[in-house]
Write a protein that binds this ligand. Structure first.
Ligand SMILES: [Zn+2]
Length: 171
C-alpha cells in the first residue's frame, strides 16, 4: 500500500470507512483520520486465516518544492516509509524481510549502496539524515541529492512491485 498513491487519489482525506480493492481481487478495510489510517483485513497465516486490524500513523515532511510529502510510520520500527506491505502484519519492507527475486537482487543491492552514499552526504556528519539540509550544503546540491535519493527509492519500489505482484493473490 503506497502512501503516495493514496495521497494522489484523495485517500488521505479524513473519511468514513471504505474498502480498497486490487485488480487481483484482494481487498482491505480502510479508514483515515488526520493522523493515521486504520487497515483491517484477513490474512492466511500458516495456522489459519486471522483477522488483522492495525493503525498506521501518518507523518509529513515539508518539500523543498512546496507542499508536504506524506509518509507512513512503520508500526514495528517507526521508520518513515512510502510503502507498507501487507504480508501478515503490516510493516515496512525491512520489517517484512521480503526476499527480492534473484534477477533483480544485484540491481537492488547497487541501489541500496548508492542510497547509503547519498544518506552519508545528506546527513552532513550526523548519525542519521532527518530530511533537513546540512548547514554547510548549498541548496542546489541538497536538492540534487534528494532527487537522486527519491529516484533510488522509486527504482527499488519498481523492482519490488514486480515481485510483489506475484504474491498479491495470497491476500
Ligand atoms: Zn519497519
Amino acid at each position: 500500500l503506497d502512501v503516495r498513491w493514496l495521497a494522489k487519489n484523495g485517500g488521505l482525506t479524513p473519511n468514513a470507512d471504505c474498502t480498497l480493492r486490487w485488480a487481483s481481487g484482494a481487498s482491505i478495510g480502510y479508514g483515515v483520520d488526520s493522523h493515521s489510517v486504520t487497515l483491517s483485513y484477513s490474512y492466511p497465516f500458516s495456522d489459519g486465516r486471522r483477522g488483522i486490524e492495525q493503525r498506521i500513523e501518518l507523518d509529513r515532511t515539508r518539500c523543498n518544492y512546496g507542499g508536504a510529502r506524506p509518509w507512513f510510520r512503520c508500526p514495528r520500527c517507526w521508520r518513515r516509509v512510502a510503502i507498507i506491505y501487507l504480508y501478515g502484519w503490516p510493516s515496512c519492507r525491512a520489517c517484512a524481510r521480503l526476499v527480492y527475486p534473484s534477477q533483480s537482487e544485484d540491481e537492488c543491492g547497487r541501489s541500496w549502496r548508492r542510497t547509503r552514499k547519498l544518506e552519508d552526504r545528506l546527513s552532513g556528519g550526523a548519525s542519521q539524515w532527518n530530511w533537513r539540509r546540512p548547514r554547510k550544503m548549498r541548496r542546489k546540491t541538497f536538492e540534487r541529492l534528494v532527487k537522486a535519493y527519491l529516484r533510488e527509492e522509486d527504482l527499488r519500489d519498481d523492482l519490488l512491485a514486480v515481485f510483489a505482484a506475484r504474491y498479491m493473490h495470497l491476500l
